[in-house]
Design a protein around this ligand. Structure first.
Ligand code: ITT
Length: 193
């Protein structure tokens, strides 16, 4: 079965392909399908936006479609940037988003944060199934590591004493996205057959 990933984020696509590759005969992307329209992320929760992404691409292609809506939730910042993580600084630029995050946390001691991912799979017939994953960490002022994307260089994981950007191999086992995809994988046979 073909699966279309409803994302324009190349890093996400890479991570999703690495985890789901062997479960689908063909994994394609919006680009492969010549879908260049912006999918409006009008939801106020990760679940709403993941559903919008998966449903939109399922309707446009008739294929199974997978949407991921994810982001950083910072305790001391009332759960922001949350669903606005990609657009936090208004630009969609990782460097500027991180700059704004560190600026907003100036003088604040509580650095607790988590990444959340909601993955929605829409079957060819439009039926949807959603799964959530989280990883806990804390925000460090100085970026470390040069792999991953987004807020990874500032997201410190106590258990490994490293940021996610310093854990290239491990990220796809421990991340919010990996956990949501693991849950999906466990249900995949029941969902598809
Ligand atoms: P698509 O909607 O096209 O999938 P996007 O980047 O706009 O791509 P989201 O709306 O889900 O995706 O926003 C996710 C943002 O949250 C992302 O741009 C990062 O800023 C942050 N984020 C999510 N997962 C992350 C991860 O694994 N590491 C670092 N930052 C992450």
């Amino acid at each position: 079965m073909e699966l279309v990933i409803a994302s324009n984020n190349q890093n996400k696509i890479k991570e999703i392909k690495a985890i789901l590759g062997k479960y689908f005969s063909n994994i394609t992307t919006l680009n492969d399908k010549n879908i260049h329209q912006e999918i409006p992320e009008t939801g106020t929760t990760f679940l709403e936006n993941a559903l919008i992404k998966a449903r939109t691409v399922n309707s446009l292609t008739g294929c199974a479609a997978l949407g991921d809506d994810s982001g950083l939730v910072v305790h001391a910042l009332d759960g922001t940037p949350g669903v606005y993580s990609a657009r936090y600084s208004g630009t969609g630029d990782d460097f500027k988003n991180n700059e704004k995050l560190i600026e907003n946390l100036k003088g604040i001691e509580n650095r607790k944060a988590k990444f959340v991912s909601v993955i929605t799979l829409a079957k060819p017939n439009g039926e949807t199934f959603s799964f959530e994953g989280e990883i806990l960490g804390e925000i460090v002022d100085n970026p470390r590591g040069n792999t991953g994307f987004g807020y990874d260089p500032h997201f410190y994981v106590e258990e490994y004493q490293k940021t996610l950007a310093e854990l290239p191999e491990l990220k796809n086992k421990i991340s919010h996205r990996a956990k949501a995809l693991e849950k999906l994988k466990r249900e995949l046979k029941n969902i598809l057959y």
